[in-house]
Each structure stands twice: as C-alpha cells, then as structure tokens.
Design a protein around this ligand. Structure first.
Ligand SMILES: [Mg+2]
Length: 197
C-alpha cells in the first residue's frame, strides 16, 4: 500500500516482502517513539496546545534525512482503545507535532489498541516497524529504535534493529531493559545512530 501522507493504519504485510528488494536499494531508518521521546510527555495527550517538540530534534532529523535515513514515528495510543480520545484528536496532536518539526518525518504509524487486547502492531510487537520497512524500503539491519520505555526497546529488539533508550519522558524511571545505547535526549540518540553508519 503506497502512502504519500502519514499512514495511521496499514494493510497487513507479508514478511517475505521484506526480502524482495535488493539490500543495496534499501535505506536505514530511525524508528522513533513519539510521547516522551520526540515531544514532552503529557499523559494521553489529545490537545494540540500541549504539544512541545524537544529542542534540537528537528535539526537532527533533518541531518539524518540528508544522510539518506528515513525518519519514522511509531506510537502506541492506548487512549483511543480505552476511549479517552478519538482518532481525530490523535491526528490533531500528530499534525501539530509534524508542524513543529517541519518536513523531516517520512512516515507515522500508530497502534490504537487497548493493552488488554493488543494486536501485532502494538509495541512491543514489531508490526509497525515491519510495515514501515516494506512501505519505505528500509534495511532493518542498519536501523535503530529510539524510545523512553522498555516496550520501545523490546519492540526494536523484536524487529531486529538496534535500540537506544532516552532519559526524557519515562526514560529515567524505566527499569533495566538492556538497550544497545542510552542517551540523555532524542537529539543525542540520533547522533549515536548516525555515527554508527
Ligand atoms: Mg514514549
């Protein structure tokens, strides 16, 4: 399924599709959690007025893109599954974040599932990363997952990418989850990923 804009829900994919492109044509990706990682954590944020992207993130994402990386947001939004807010409210928040960051995001993936009834898309399952890999031609072996919770790190591991835990959001409270790297903020985390290439 082609997505020129930011897809929220994608068609199920066959993992065999991941093997269908020669690796030389694939690009590495930064898979980045949204709340507490790219923008200040606000519990179940559904108000665009409360959106605040972390300083420096936009510039570092632009640098990543200029070096050939894809920048992909992957976010669990159980507030939808719990009935706290609607998909439309989620989209309003997302659009405000994208506006603040500028044109640096290649795709956005969201899992609305209630934690008691998770699909293969809800982190820590790797579904959203695998979808993005097909849709954006991503080489998972050269990619990173950046997030502030253990489920982000587990998700990255489940998708076969390297992982970076940030200290923003819930990061400082996150129990030991064996990330490949730790970084104070997403800006430093992106720097670590780009240096690895
Ligand atoms: Mg988070």
């Amino acid at each position: 399924m082609a997505n020129d804009t930011h897809p929220l829900v994608s068609e199920p994919i066959l993992t065999s599709e991941l093997q269908s492109k020669p690796r030389s044509k694939l690009k590495p990706a930064l898979f980045i959690d949204r709340d507490g990682t790219l923008m200040v954590e606000v519990d179940h944020c559904h108000d665009p007025a409360k959106v605040s992207a972390y300083p420096g993130a936009a510039e570092e994402l632009a640098r990543a893109r200029s070096l050939g990386w894809a920048n992909i947001i992957v976010t669990n939004q159980s507030g939808i599954g719990r009935g706290y807010f609607t998909v439309e409210q989620f989209q309003a928040v997302q659009q405000e974040l994208l506006r603040q960051l500028g044109d640096v995001i290649d795709g956005s993936y969201m899992a609305p599932d209630h934690p008691d009834n998770p699909s293969a898309r809800r982190k820590p399952a790797p579904g959203m990363l695998l979808e993005a890999a097909v849709e954006h031609g991503i080489d998972l072996t050269r990619s990173f997952m950046i997030g502030d919770k253990a489920i982000d790190i587990e998700c990255g591991r489940n998708a076969g990418v390297r992982t970076i835990l940030v200290e923003t959001g819930y990061g400082k409270k996150t129990a030991e989850c064996n990330p490949d790297h730790r970084a104070p903020t997403v800006t430093e985390a992106i720097g670590i990923a780009l240096q690895s290439a």
